[in-house]
Design a protein around this ligand. Structure first.
Ligand code: SF4
Ligand code: SF4
Length: 80
């Protein structure tokens, strides 16, 4: 079972000046977090992030910044 604790601050951000609107982050993201607006990627649904970090790896412009959420936030799994 899992539940989600709201992030105190976003864990994914876009450096807009570096983004060239290629859409790789949109395609790679399983949480559908990103959208392209005015030829730039924006974080549209931070609350759907799966905390995989793929967006940072996939961006050819080094425009995505991902940080592991602080303890006590994000997706929490219950075992047992
Ligand atoms: S992968 Fe990088 S350059 Fe491409 S749209 Fe996303 S943020 Fe912009
Ligand atoms: S960390 Fe994963 S789920 Fe979250 S925005 Fe990046 S690609 Fe999407």
């Amino acid at each position: 079972m899992s539940k989600r604790i709201p992030y105190p601050e976003p864990i994914v951000s876009i450096v807009t000046e570096k983004c060239r609107g290629c859409g790789s982050c949109v395609l790679i993201c399983g949480g559908e977090v990103f959208e392209i607006k005015d030829k730039k990627s924006v974080v549209a649904r931070m609350e759907q992030c799966l905390e995989c970090g793929n967006c940072e790896i996939a961006c050819p412009s080094n425009a995505v910044q991902y940080q592991v959420p602080r303890g006590g936030a994000g997706i929490m799994y219950e075992c047992g």
